[in-house]
Every structure is written in C-alpha cells, then in structure tokens.
Design a protein around this ligand. Structure first.
Ligand code: ADP
Length: 380
C-alpha cells in the first residue's frame, strides 16, 4: 500500500490498467468468439450442407461459398474482439488519465494559488499535503518556505520597531536639551553640550552597530581568514583593556597555554569578539571583581573563555542575551551605553568563522562565563 503513495507507481499503475483492460478484453472476446460464435456458425453451415445431400454431392462452388462464409464469421469475431478491447482500453485510459491529472494538477493548482497569495503578502498561507509522496514533499517544502518567509517578515517588522525605539531615546533627549536651550531653560555651556555630545555619540555607535549587524546577519561580512596564534591576540586584548580594568579596580588576567595555538580565522574579527566580551565583563563586574581570559585547546577547536565575577545572568535571561536589543536590565545598560546588539554581532561573527559562542552563569551575582571556539589551523 505504501508503494501506492508514490506518484511514479500511480503513473505505472494507470498505464498498466490500460494494458490489462485491453489484453483482458481481447482474450475474453477471442474466447467467447471461439466458444460460441464460430462453432455455432460452423454447426449451422454443416446442417445446411447435410440437407443439400450426401457429402460427395457437395459441389466445389458450395464448398467455396461455405469456406468464405466461415472465414468471414471468423474475421468479424476477431474484429469485434479487437474493437471491444480497444474501446475498453480507451475508456480505461481516459479514466486513469483523468484520475492522474486530478491527482497531479490539484496540488499544483493549490501551489500556484498559494504562491500568488504569498506574493501579495499573505505569509500565513499553507497548503494541505496531497496523498502522493512526491507531491506531498513539494507541498511540504512550499509550506516550509512560506513559514520562513513569515518568520523573516516578523523579524523585519520587529527590527524596524526595535530600531525606531532605540533611536527615539537619544533623539528625545537631544530634543529636550535643544528645546530647553532655545527656551533659555538650559545654558548652552560646556556641561550641557557634553551631555548632548554623549547622546550623539550613542546614536552614532548605535547606527554603526546596526550596520555591522545587518551585514553579519546577511552573511556579507568579508572575512580575511589566516592562521594566527590566539595567545598573542588574547595577550594584546588584555593589555589594551588593562588600564580600564585598573581604573575600575578589577583584576584582569590571562591564562594561556605554553605552546602556540594556531587558529584559522579572521584576526581582526576575533579581536572584535574578544574585546566585546571583555568590554561586557568590565561593564557588568563591580569593583574588586576578577576577570579571567583563558585560552585552551578543545579537540579540533581553540576555546577562548572570558569569565567574570560580576552581576551574572539569571536563568530566565540566559536564552535571550544573544538576541538583538536584549538587555537584562534596560535602565542599567542605558546608563552604561550598551546597545544590546554586541553579543548578537559577536555570535554571528563566530558562526561565520566556523565556531560557536555560548554563555553560562550560575545566576544573579554569581558571575558569567562566555566561551567561543574557533577552528584550529591545519598543520602542514
Ligand atoms: P550590551 O551592549 O547591552 O552589553 P550585549 O549584546 O553585549 O549588549 O549584551 C546583552 C545583554 O547580556 C546585556 O545587556 C547584559 O544584560 C547581558 N550580559 C552580557 N555580558 C554580560 C556579563 N559579562 N555579565 C552579565 N550580563 C551580561
């Protein structure tokens, strides 16, 4: 029965039906002709001949006429058999073709109609799965495509909403300051201008991040992959942020393997990821905390870990921190200037380089650990 679900077996079956009906009818008619029509005629002829006299009295002309008549009966019965068989085969052919056409065309028509509806923006369109396996597969793929289009549309709408929301806050602040200055409520002094400058910088950072985000999400970031030692990169990143760590009274350390660990990745992008993780660690770790960068080998990957003793991440927030614009504590992040897309960018960059970025935390106040992997460079 399973075979019947495959379209090709239905097509073969339909063709076979025509052949079987045709052959059966030919055989049946030939049998009926041989059993009933021809013998009856022969019997009738023989009886007629018997009445005309003794067999030796049958003249040649009468014999010839009888033979011709018998042949004629025989031909006619053959012709009838073939005609009935042909008509039967035509009927079977027509029926099976209509059935097949309906089987194939109905889902195709549905796909055509649904794709037109999707083109008009109805992304919730789905088509029912037809009985045959092949067409069910087409329909299933079509539905999957419709679903991912719906998801993309949802993301697009959400993104526009998020972006306008993100832009509105600094703009409202700038608006307020400018209006206050125009009304003479605020003096246009260095202090006010500094605050406004901060807001403009925040806007600028946000716009830059958004551009990077759109590029990484579209897979349009150009990567310059080359073998390099991750230890050196980690050392440099730690050295770069050491003054900031010292200013915040944080201990920043690197734990590196003794031997070089060559990865095949983009050094600039790797550095961007690491600086982002370290930046977050500095931002979310209170005074006297400790931040450790660890580099180790793990199978065919190099594993870079940034662990801090900071505010930690709740189990509820953990699954969302890589989503764009997600902030565990919006008010706090706003003060610190976080856009909430740093981790989204970092994760896409690691993915693009063939690695993975994950986060772990034992909970609020328990610190956080971010780990990313990069494929090791192949040894010659
Ligand atoms: P942001 O610019 O707000 O830091 P990210 O995408 O870098 O944006 O981070 C998203 C959110 O993840 C942050 O708002 C914060 O809630 C959480 N987070 C990231 N790093 C840490 C960390 N080291 N400790 C605690 N929370 C963190």
């Amino acid at each position: 029965m399973n075979l019947w679900r495959e379209l090709r077996w239905r097509i073969v079956g339909a063709q076979m039906l025509v052949v079987v009906v045709g052959v059966t009818l030919v055989l049946l008619m030939a049998y009926l002709g041989a059993q009933f029509i021809v013998p009856q005629d022969i019997a009738a002829r023989a009886a007629a001949l018997a009445q005309t006299g003794a067999p030796q009295a049958v003249d040649a002309a009468a014999l010839e006429a009888a033979t011709a008549e018998l042949l004629d009966v025989f031909r006619r019965s053959i012709l009838t058999a073939v005609t009935v068989a042909a008509l039967g085969a035509i009927l079977a052919g027509l029926l099976s073709s209509f059935y097949l056409a309906r089987e194939i065309l109905r889902p195709l028509r549905q796909i055509t109609a649904s794709s037109q509806r999707i083109a008009r923006g109805h992304y919730d369109e789905r088509i029912p799965l037809p009985g045959s396996e092949e067409l069910a597969q087409v329909a299933d793929h079509f539905n999957q495509m419709a679903e991912s289009l719906a998801r993309m549309e949802e993301t697009r709408v959400a993104l526009i909403g998020d972006v306008s929301h993100e832009l509105r806050t600094p703009l409202t602040s700038l608006d307020g300051y400018l209006e206050g200055m125009l009304d003479g409520l605020f003096p246009a002094n260095e202090e006010t201008l500094a605050v406004m400058y901060q807001e403009v910088r925040r806007l600028r950072r946000l716009v830059d991040d958004l551009q990077t985000l759109s590029r990484v999400e579209a897979g349009q970031i150009e990567l310059l992959l080359a073998p390099f030692d991750v230890r050196e990169l980690a050392t440099r990143a730690v050295a770069q942020l050491a003054p900031q760590a010292a200013a915040q009274e944080l201990m920043l350390q690197a734990e590196l393997p003794e031997e070089a660990l060559l990865v095949h990745a983009d050094p600039d992008r790797t550095s961007q990821i690491l600086l982002n993780l370290l930046g977050n660690a500095l931002r979310y770790t209170p005074e006297n905390g400790r931040i450790v960068v660890q580099v180790a080998r793990s199978g065919r990957f190099a594993q870079i870990t940034v662990a801090d003793t900071g505010i930690g991440i709740s189990a509820a927030a953990l699954p969302f921190i890589f989503e764009r614009f997600y902030r565990q504590d919006p008010s706090r992040a706003r003060v610190s200037g976080g856009s909430g897309i740093g981790l989204t960018i970092a994760r896409h960059l690691t993915w693009a380089m063939g690695g993975e970025l994950t986060a772990a935390s034992a909970g609020p106040g328990q610190g956080s650990t971010f780990t990313f992997t990069l494929p090791l460079a192949r040894r010659e």
